[in-house]
Design a protein around this ligand. Sequence first.
Ligand code: AR6
Length: 181
Amino acid sequence: MAMNKSTSRIELIKGDITKLSVDAIVNAANSSLLGGGGVDGAIHRAGGPEILEECREIIARQGGCKTGEAVITTAGKLPSKFVIHTVGPVWNGGGEDKTEKLSNCYINSMQLAVMNGCQSIAFPNISTGVYGYPKFDAAQVAVQTVSKFLSKNDKIEKVIFVCFDEENYLFMEKELAGVGV
Ligand code: AR6
């Protein structure tokens, strides 16, 4: 059935991820989980103190979040149900494990979404801001990882890639066209 094809479940939009009414939005956090700039700052600002409160509980329990891993909180005042906080790799000149770590961010976030009964999830362009991951390469990792995951998992009905900047949008558009979106 066409609806089950992985690519028909992927959508690309331009905009602010904090505005989306999806089951889960993903935050490009850092391992302290205590907030920061970029999309992380925007999510905590718009969501209110409840999200940070839950992050603190997670820190008390497990001491932060490692690169490539993900944790989940409720979404405070945001229209989504959950925020999934994942920690992308700092590019810092690159290296093979950066690709794997970025890919793990997408996989672990989607797994956590599935475990929490989410059917829709929105991703920002993880690591492509302060963390300096080249946008072209990051787009490739995002699209390849997500489409592969969807082809093996039918619980997620919609993945939305939310681009805040034009450059990421264009790279994502090109990459998605390559997989038939
Ligand atoms: N909605 C969607 N995307 C956004 C938004 C938004 N409201 N705001 C920014 N972006 P960054 P990183 C895009 O720097 O590179 C933080 O301080 C932005 O255009 O937010 O993973 C954390 O605390 C860019 O393409 O995350 C960490 O310390 C993308 O989000 C560190 O930055 C990611 O940029 C993480 O760095």
